[in-house]
Design a protein around this ligand. Sequence first.
Ligand SMILES: Nc1ncnc2c1ncn2[C@@H]1O[C@H](COP(=O)(O)OP(=O)(O)OP(=O)(O)O)[C@@H](O)[C@H]1O
Ligand SMILES: [Mg+2]
Length: 341
Amino acid sequence: LFSAIASLAMEQILAKQKFESENIVLRNQLDRDLRIATMVGESPVMKRLYNLVSKVARSDASVLITGENGTGKELVARAIHDLSDRKNKPFIAQYVGNIPGTILESELFGYKKGAFTGATSDRIGLFEAVDGGTLFLDEIADLPYELQAKLLRVLQNREFKRLGENIIRKADVRILAATNQDLNKLIKEGKFREDLYYRLNVVRINVPPLRERKSDIPLLVEHFLHNIDPNLRISSQALKKLMDYHWPGNVRQLENIIKRASILASDSTIEADDIQFDDLDTQPLASLLPKNLEDEASLEEIKNYIIRKRLERFNGNKTRAAKSLNISLRALQLKAKELGL
Ligand SMILES: Nc1ncnc2c1ncn2[C@@H]1O[C@H](COP(=O)(O)OP(=O)(O)OP(=O)(O)O)[C@@H](O)[C@H]1O
Ligand SMILES: [Mg+2]
């Protein structure tokens, strides 16, 4: 009996050791295959990004997320929140550019009834609404200068007041901020406070542009196609066309082009012709127009010019031209008739 117990104990010890060593293997594998559920892409630069995101998520530091338009900055911010201890508390994204200072201030900090005309009742701000969670301040470079000082104070003291009230409230909020602008340049120009920059930039995450991770394009395409319709496919020529492009509008532009292609495709396979890099997406309209048109043409003439160009591009296919112009076929037919096309 004793030896039976001893061997059972031994077995358990061995089992435990095996479990632990398997666990280590598993953990190493997880590190190597690190993925973020909401983000697609396995290129080395993206793996590095996931790694950084998962490390940063464990801390409570402020993070400045930089990157060109459409690279996925907001997705990164959400991932940091979802992987953090704050995940069961709110995540709120607030666009802070081009909002008049006082409106934004009351949005962020709330106000007391009577604080200003129109403040007919007390209202909580985002710092209270997000309590215990994460506040994502998008387009931080455009935060009005006087609000930059107020935000700095919250970050320093972890305290704030509602507008028109003298009660000091605790802010248990993690701040993430994003920008596609060069903050160092704005600091030199006196448009962004250096002290706020250092508070926000405790950790910096730069989301690489799509042209620097083209190997992710096939996976991204598959992801977007699947979201539209799981039966959709893409031809190898069409995929090649996507791989050869320079992607000024990054992942958002890819998403839009795939959506458009899925509308243009005549069956469940997207062909190269269905991929339209609408330069109107990324270039100012004026730069596409002949000089005299830009400077002198009436709106009507500009419209007619675009319609002609679009019909040309689709080899006179009115259905496709109408779709790409986002007007009805009937409207396009009328216009084409008027122009004698
Ligand atoms: N790695 C990715 N995997 C899947 N979808 C992505 C990825 N990156 C971006 N997207 C998608 O592309 C679009 C743009 O992403 P997001 O809004 O996060 O970019 P952004 O950097 O905040 O852009 P902007 O500077 O224009 O605000 C979103 O629809 C997002 O879901
Ligand atoms: Mg964004």
